[in-house]
Design a protein around this ligand. Structure first.
Ligand code: ZN
Ligand code: ZN
Ligand code: FE
Length: 765
């Protein structure tokens, strides 16, 4: 007996070869009917024997194409129709419906084989792709995902490409960016003035230029990357000078996994991640005998490396035969450049040449950055390969926008069971980044059909994201605006990351966040859920003379802490780090602390790391965010086996538990006098701090009855501390929640904001 099933499939099911897969599956089980894309899902009708339909449904779920991510399949049975064939029908667009969109995906093995096969018509063609790989999110302007809605619309397919595109059994069936040397985008090599270079083979020429020490800006998937020879210290230093980035680590790209293993210790998990379809930057332990210049990541023991993820990168790396720097095409903290003219205008003072092409980029999209700790993959920058795939929520969400933080900004839109966390936007310190924020927000609102009814923002009045929200508040009386405390947002982002919605003990350690009491918070022990939080403990408040100025010059923080904790005598003892500092500056700092002028109080963990780093003479001034703290972590790795720990007594004050720092500082000074090594001091600091965190959690657990601990905040990018804290807490019986899909740093703040606002703010009627 014939039956008919009506099926809806939702998830990432478009632009990933899903319909041809359905077509093949239908023929396999001799089913008739049709399949088509809507703005919301894929609709299927199949008619045939009941058994065949059941097998079809099973395989639909289990054997879907590699890039498909099925969220939900529903089927209902009906009376048979008179279908005699199975066909793929035209897409339809419906108002206010949306679907999930695939991130851009690294070149697949099948395409790779073609571009290195001299007999293939796509031999060395840098824009080769198929339904299993290539650009997606960066070329989509609207849904449904069809060629006219992408930046590929201006390229008319040649007859051969059209045949592939129309054939349901071909790997390129409805591959929207499908192209070949006959009909697709082309490369061009231009100099810093934008003049075209005459050359017989563009990529070979570019490779020669790179080998001879030139800097080339290369247009990639989501913007321009600056490339140069990573083994050539001179050109690396030149790039740093021109980019105004003196010390911040740069990422490299190597030809293949064997090359990666020549420069780094690559674990099994790291190898899997490097070669995954997402193909992110992975921070790996750097081998001492690597030929990659130390200038790539000065004073660091980890190196950020990735493999080629487009055909252009594959061919270029093969021709160059060198590890290449691949860093965002921008000046200092501006966003990545994406258009040809824009790139030449903005980057001509940095790059000697430009490798450009005529496939337009619609969305800016940086490389993602990951680390693997234990078996856990953690995204510290979430962009290419991951966004705009949503984070799943345990509840049905209102339409809410979280505007995010100032540094490492992302925004987040919630709807249904999804949190659409944007790709990394950047540090909101200039107009260009603000523009990138607004453009990307408009794109997400359009793609996912979201009109926020609630807008959440950080308490900090000076964040550009806060100012953006408050400006809107003046314009829209029908939207509810709600401020969210920074560390509450951190902890909730970690809960959501783990699918947890019951109250937890939250440990939020970071550089700075605006506190509910107006002080600068940053080492916060909370009991928190999606609705509310209670501050149960924190680091002792200490003065930060000069505020922002102290962040750039950690020696100021160190002096402020010493004066406050140990008095003027501490400065009298012969401390090496003080010798480099002018006496008048010390006097000025003293007066600032006495009068409290421009001297906020802080409980920041980041500043504590800074102060210790400066005090032991490791780093008194920084060139990039958290440099002093990162170098303090690095040096601790030289003191393997140090088990001693500094004291961090916890004292109850007005119902709060305060982590006191006086004994820590006098113990460090004694060790300095005893000429104990910086490595040992740093190790004892890490040991003591992780024990104090355990003690604090035990006290809070005793008071609250909670045994689940969520760890969040940028300080947990410190792998040594993270490892010790996890190990201490788990041995003591706590369940520990850490980040994986969402950054623990301020890149996760917007998610926490949007989720909390879902529970605390009612939309205006
Ligand atoms: Zn492919
Ligand atoms: Zn073609
Ligand atoms: Fe933070």
């Amino acid at each position: 007996m014939l039956e008919l099933a009506r099926i809806n499939a939702r998830g990432v099911v478009q632009g990933v070869g899903f319909r041809p897969f359905v077509y093949r599956l239908a023929s396999k089980y001799n089913l008739k009917g049709w399949v088509y894309n809507t703005s919301e899902d894929v609709k299927i009708e199949v008619q045939g024997e009941r058994k065949g339909i059941e097998c079809f449904l099973l395989e639909l779920q289990d054997n879907a194409p590699p890039l498909a991510r099925i969220e939900d399949i529903s089927a209902t049975y009906h009376l048979p129709a008179d279908y005699t064939t199975f066909e793929i029908r035209r897409s339809t667009a419906e108002k206010n419906k949306y679907q999930l969109i695939s991130p851009d995906i690294a070149t697949c093995q099948a395409c790779l084989k073609e571009i290195f096969d001299p007999e293939d018509r796509r031999y060395h063609y840098p824009f080769t792709n198929c339904t299993n790989c290539g650009p997606r999110f960066t070329i989509i302007e609207d849904i449904p995902y069809d060629r006219p809605n992408t930046t590929m619309r201006s390229f008319k397919m040649c007859p051969e490409c059209q045949v592939e595109y129309d054939n349901p059994l071909d790997r390129r069936f409805h591959a929207q960016p499908n192209a070949c040397p006959e009909c697709g985008p082309i490369l061009e090599l231009v100099n810093a003035h934008g003049d075209r270079m005459a050359c017989s083979d563009i990529i070979t020429t570019a490779a020669q230029l790179l080998r001879s020490g030139k800097i080339i800006a290369i247009k990639g998937l989501g913007g321009f990357l600056l490339a140069c020879d990573a083994t050539n210290e001179k050109v690396v230093e030149l790039l740093r000078y021109r980019k105004r980035r003196p010390a911040k680590p740069l990422a490299i790209m190597v030809a293949d996994i064997d090359e990666a293993k020549r420069h780094c210790y690559v674990s099994e998990g790291e190898e899997k991640l490097l070669t995954s379809p997402q193909s992110p930057i992975v921070l790996m332990r750097w081998k001492p005998d690597s030929t990659v210049s130390q200038a790539v990541a000065p004073n660091l023991k980890y190196l950020g490396g990735m493999l080629p993820y487009t055909p252009l990168h594959h061919i270029l790396l093969k021709e160059t035969k060198l590890p290449l720097i691949m860093t965002s095409g921008n000046l200092s903290e501006e966003p990545i450049a994406k258009d040809n003219d824009e790139a030449i205008r903005r980057l001509s003072g940095i790059a000697d040449y430009f490798l450009i092409h005529n496939r337009n980029i619609y969305a800016k999209y940086d490389d993602s950055v990951t680390i693997i700790e234990g078996d856990n993959i953690q995204l510290t920058r979430r962009a290419r390969g991951y966004a705009p795939y949503p984070v799943h929520l345990t509840f049905k969400a209102k339409q809410v926008l979280g505007c995010g933080a100032q540094l490492k900004n992302t925004f987040c839109l919630t709807k249904d069971n999804y949190a659409f966390l944007s790709q990394h936007i950047g540090d909101m310190e200039n107009l260009e980044t603000m523009e990138h924020f607004e453009n990307t927000l408009n794109l997400y609102k359009k793609l996912f059909r979201i009109k926020p009814e609630i807008i959440a923002y950080d308490l900090h009045p000076e964040y550009l994201s806060t100012k953006y929200a408050l400006e809107l508040a003046g314009q829209f009386s029908n939207i509810k605006f709600t401020p969210i405390q920074h560390h509450h947002a951190h902890i909730v982002s970690c809960m959501v990351d783990n699918g947890v919605d019951a109250p937890v003990i939250g440990v939020a350690l970071d550089g700075t966040g605006y506190g509910s009491d107006g002080h600068v918070w940053g080492a916060e022990f909370l009991v928190a859920d999606y609705h509310n939080f209670k501050r149960m403990g924190h680091l002792q408040y200490l003065p930060l003379p000069g505020g922002e100025a102290a962040i750039k010059r950690p020696y100021r923080t160190a002096i402020g802490y010493l004066l406050n904790l140990l008095g003027e005598n501490a400065l009298g003892s012969d401390l090496a780090f003080l010798r480099a500092i002018d006496n008048t500056e010390v006097e000025l700092l003293k007066r600032q602390i006495q009068t409290g002028l421009n001297t906020p109080l802080t409980s920041s963990m980041g500043r504590l790391f800074d102060a210790v780093s400066a005090l032991i003479g490791l780093r008194g001034e920084i060139d990039y965010e958290a440099q002093a703290a990162i170098e303090l972590e690095m040096i601790a790795y030289d003191a393997v086996g140090e088990t001693k720990a500094y004291p961090f007594p916890i004292i109850e004050q007005n119902g709060e538990n305060i982590l006191n720092l006086r004994e820590l500082f006098s113990a460090i000074i004694s060790d300095l006098k005893r000429k104990n090594s910086k490595a040992n001091i740093s190790a004892k600091f890490h040991n003591g701090l992780s024990q104090a965190i355990l003690q604090m959690c035990q006290i809070i657990s005793h008071e609250s009855g909670k045994t689940q601990v969520a760890l969040s905040g940028g300080v947990f990018q410190n792998r040594l501390l993270l490892r010790k804290v996890i190990s201490n807490l788990s041995s003591a019986g706590f369940t520990v929640l850490t980040h994986s899909q969402v950054p623990c740093n301020d890149g996760g703040i917007s998610l926490g904001q949007a989720v909390i606002a879902n529970f605390t703010a009612e939309p205006k009627a």
